[in-house]
Design a protein around this ligand. Structure first.
Ligand code: SF4
Ligand code: SF4
Length: 434
């Protein structure tokens, strides 16, 4: 243990990561290194753990929220939630469509319920109805199911998932919320949104005082359409909870990475494993994931009108590498990282919420949605969700409809994204199980 005294704590984590990577490879096979990593992390004392350093007002709810929050999309290990909460994270974002997420959170946070603000969403399936009565019934059932899975008798907030203007205006939805609020089953309502026309959805919040929580896609590249409205709404007591902060997270495809000595098998590794392998390059002076993630967070938090940001946590390592951005200032080095990244993804990243090319497609293809699903699949590793979302699209709106088209949409993308090629590729990728 003598060497521990000589190294900084962060280095200690890196050494542990490397050692556990090695030990995991030997003892459990390449896919199980997280288990070994978790073994070590769980044995650190509270003082050694990274901690949230800054809390902000969650609008005028009276709740002080950690500036970095737990995005629980498709988590597989409830102990990671518990660890993040022990490190000071106190806002959890989940949804009925996030796999086992609600159930795992319910299992691990029973005793900590009052310390955390839990936000879930109405199931997207609830809206597939023929009449208002059916909609109200579905929304209510979704809410009750979330209460049951989360093992709680109240939700702090429930949001419209992937809100559209029409869903925001749904009087039936507002009625279901009012009733549940009166019964003490939910405190606040709101919406999360990343679809095209995001700017118009934000404006809807001015019409509904009861909708306290806005969760827009908000990052270094996606902000101009909503900045002014976010400021006004925050001044009126609304809570701005930023998501999709990592600009597509094209991390493993940054320039030069392919030239690194990653081993012959690198390309065939699943995304999560690629990240672990790539993480080892931090120690050899290569910047990538950890610094990039923190820089994106610091940029978002440099806006004082943002209450908190949601990051997708999957592993203990995510907690250890994300949380050091809490309370930190966005600086020159961060800008350099984000600008370098921007240059690389400029013509690859379909801006979340953009719809500039949509009206030029004679077939009404929702380019932005399909490329977002592709992002879930390729960059986030959320393959199941990506395929499931894509399978919900009508057949005449799928990417294969681009075949044979002379792509009039193309010249209206200011970022020069190869729309037709990408949509055909998306179809191949996402229609596997359709
Ligand atoms: S390639 Fe054609 S069908 Fe496909 S999105 Fe563009 S205009 Fe629409
Ligand atoms: S392809 Fe370009 S224009 Fe079309 S939605 Fe994406 S970013 Fe906007």
């Amino acid at each position: 243990m003598k060497f521990l005294k000589k190294i900084r704590r962060r280095d200690f984590f890196r050494k542990i990561t490397d050692r556990t990577f090695f030990a995991g490879s030997v003892l459990f096979g390449l896919g199980r290194d997280n288990r070994v990593k978790n073994f070590f992390v769980n044995r650190l004392t509270q003082e050694e753990k990274v901690r949230i350093k800054s809390y902000r007002n969650l609008g005028n709810t009276g709740f002080k929220v950690s500036d970095i929050s737990f995005g629980a999309s498709h988590i597989t290990d409830g102990a990671v939630v518990r660890y993040a909460v022990d490190c000071g994270v106190n806002y959890i974002d989940t949804a009925p469509t996030y796999g086992q997420s609600e159930r795992l959170i319910g299992e691990v946070l029973k005793e900590k319920r009052k310390e955390v603000f839990i936000t879930t969403k109405y199931s997207g399936r609830a809206w597939r109805v023929k009449n208002p009565e059916e909609l109200k019934k579905n929304l209510r059932e979704s809410l009750e199911r979330s209460l049951k899975d989360l093992r709680t008798d109240y939700l702090d907030a429930i949001l419209i998932h992937g809100a559209s203007e029409s869903r925001m205006k749904s009087e039936d939805m507002h009625e279901v919320f009012k009733k549940a609020k009166k019964e003490g089953k939910v405190k606040y309502s709101g919406a999360s949104f990343h679809s095209s026309g995001m700017g118009n959805i934000v404006k809807q919040f001015f019409n509904y005082d009861s909708m306290k929580i806005l969760t827009p896609a908000y990052n270094y590249l996606n902000n101009k359409d909503v900045n002014e409205d976010i400021k006004s709404l925050s001044e009126k007591g609304r809570a701005i909870v930023a998501m999709k902060t990592r600009m597509g997270a094209y991390l493993e495809r940054l320039p030069g990475w392919d030239k690194q000595p990653l081993g012959e098998d690198f390309e065939s590794l699943p995304v999560a494993r690629k990240r672990t392998v790539m993480d080892r390059f931090v120690d050899s002076g290569k910047r990538f994931t950890a610094d990039f993630n923190r820089s994106t967070f610091k940029w978002v938090l440099s806006n004082p009108h943002v209450s908190t940001l949601i990051a997708s946590f999957r592993t203990f390592y995510d907690v250890d590498t994300f949380l050091p951005a809490s309370g930190e200032k966005f600086g020159y080095y961060d800008k350099e990282i984000l600008d370098t990244y921007t240059a690389f993804i400029w013509n690859k990243y379909c801006r979340v919420g953009c719809d500039l090319c949509h009206s030029y497609c004679p077939k009404g293809i929702q380019v932005n949605d399909i490329l977002r699903f592709q992002m879930y699949y390729e960059n986030y590793g959320d393959r199941r969700m990506a395929v499931s979302e894509y399978s919900n699209l009508p057949k005449d709106k799928l990417g294969d409809n681009c075949s044979g088209c002379d792509a009039p949409c193309q010249k209206f993308c200011p970022y020069d994204i190869a729309i037709k090629e990408r949509l055909l590729q998306s179809h191949k990728m996402l229609s596997l199980n359709c």
